[in-house]
Design a protein. Structure first.
Length: 204
């Protein structure tokens, strides 16, 4: 099979805000799958509304076999200009999914159809210092991701649940100072989940 093209489509958690370039998960994929084309199309501050607007030029133009879809942390935020009501979030995610699934990449993988792989947004450190969102709010959006993935029979990586299971441990270590963006430790938890899913889908 020809080398894969994977587009990592998301917000600052995909981009790798606040960490060195090699820490974010798209760079880790490049290291583990050096013959593949891995595109980091994470944009700081993006919500599903902006994602839908840039889907063609940032994702489909590359004819990927796999697209990771990792949004929700900004959509659920109460910061002015970011907040997208849950009903809009789900509508945007469905539109993105339908467009991705309708795209033909011309390779053998997945019968020639681009495959979305969803990642649920992670919880946050609930503090009074950054009261823009809470883990309870994020969880509603994470549940929507799982619901939509099931509707379209697409793979989903439940990062919310995996990280929330660590809440009795040194939970804050998984985040940067703002309690929202992932630290090196946070990415170290996320990446093996992504790698395992990608490997199982591609039999690598």
């Amino acid at each position: 099979m020809d080398p894969f093209t994977i587009v990592a489509f998301g917000d600052s958690l995909t981009y790798g805000y606040g960490v060195l370039d090699h820490i974010a998960f798209p760079a880790c994929l490049k290291k583990d799958f050096p013959k593949w084309r891995i595109m980091n199309k994470g944009v700081n501050g993006d919500t599903t509304r902006e994602a839908l607007e840039r889907l063609e030029r940032d994702v489909l133009i590359f004819k990927p076999q796999i697209v990771t879809i990792f949004f929700g942390s900004n959509d659920c935020s109460l910061v002015e200009g970011y907040y997208r009501p849950l009903i809009e979030y789900e509508k945007n995610l469905r539109s993105i999914t339908e467009l991705v699934l309708s795209f033909q990449h011309g390779k053998d993988f997945n019968h020639g159809t681009t495959l979305p792989v969803f990642i649920t947004p992670p919880p946050v450190v609930d503090t009074d210092f950054f009261p823009f969102t809470t883990s309870d709010r994020v969880e509603l959006y994470a549940e929507s991701v799982k619901k939509i993935a099931a509707e379209f029979d697409c793979p989903v990586i439940d990062f919310f649940s995996a990280l929330w299971a660590k809440k009795e441990e040194a939970f804050e270590d998984f985040f940067q100072f703002d309690g929202i963006h992932l630290s090196n430790t946070g990415y170290a938890l996320l990446y093996p989940m992504i790698r395992e899913k990608i490997a199982s889908l591609t039999k690598k």
